[in-house]
Ligand binder design. Structure first.
Ligand SMILES: [Zn+2]
Length: 247
């Protein structure tokens, strides 16, 4: 196991083998975002597409890629970590150790941190009243509510983050040629506030091939993608390549 976002005493633990021994059943271990990608590919928006990128937007930014009908895993099962591409050269330190990862500028905590800063500077009066109404709770949902009531500073924060996300997605599409990008996770509650800038970036920043057939959409499976992907994996629906990757 290699888990950059958890305390590192998990590192190198042969979890699959141990669980297999304890339960007497075959056990497969995969990253949650990769499993969710498998779920989208098997049961969700990705069904119609052999080339797919999934972006999970929540506390962190995870991802997964299906290329030519196969989930991309790489040597360590860590391929497709699109939240850890550098977006800001000298940005904040990320959980992975790098600076300025997409995750540091477009995840839920990144949005809330930017909003908190705006509140401290007195720049987001409508957000301030929304947060007060909700007993001091500030999440992307309160931010969305503030925008719907006309809070310009909060709208700008979301637009900036969504623009960064758009750059990250456009990079992924340029490199891999996926024709379908599915966004999932808590931040998708932002809806069009998030989706529109990402779609715009994809069409403006990709010049190497036509973008008319590239779709960027929100997951219809939402948080069920991971469970469904795990079922697909356990059922051996995609066995050929998963077994190959596990060797
Ligand atoms: Zn990172």
């Amino acid at each position: 196991l290699f888990l950059p976002n958890l305390p590192t005493n998990w590192r190198g633990i042969p979890l699959g083998a141990r669980l297999c021994k304890r339960t007497g059943r075959p056990v497969r271990v995969a990253n949650d975002a990769r499993v969710a990608t498998l779920g989208e590919f098997t049961f969700g928006n990705g069904r119609r597409s052999d080339n797919l990128a999934l972006v999970t937007l929540g506390t962190g930014i995870g991802g997964g890629l299906v290329l030519n009908g196969q989930l991309l895993l790489g040597r360590y099962g860590a391929a497709g970590e699109l939240g850890h591409q550098t977006i800001v050269p000298d940005g904040d330190v990320c959980g992975c150790g790098n600076r300025g990862c997409l995750e540091t500028v477009a995840s839920g905590p990144a949005l809330v941190a930017a909003a908190t800063k705006a509140l401290r500077r007195g720049r987001a009066p409508i957000l301030k009243s929304v947060v007060a109404e909700n007993g001091g709770v500030l999440t992307p949902r309160e931010m969305m509510l503030a925008v719907s009531r006309g809070d310009a500073a909060t709208a700008e924060i979301i637009e900036t983050a969504a623009g960064y996300l758009g750059i990250g997605v456009a990079n992924v599409v340029t490199i891999t040629g996926v024709e379908r990008v599915v966004l999932t996770g808590g931040l998708t509650a932002l809806g069009k506030l998030l989706l529109d800038p990402v779609r715009l970036a994809v069409h403006e920043r990709i010049g190497m091939f036509p973008t008319t057939r590239i779709t960027v959409e929100l997951s219809k499976l939402a948080d069920r993608a991971g469970t469904l992907g795990a079922i697909a994996m356990a059922a051996g629906i995609h066995d050929a390549f998963i077994m190959k990757a596990a060797k």
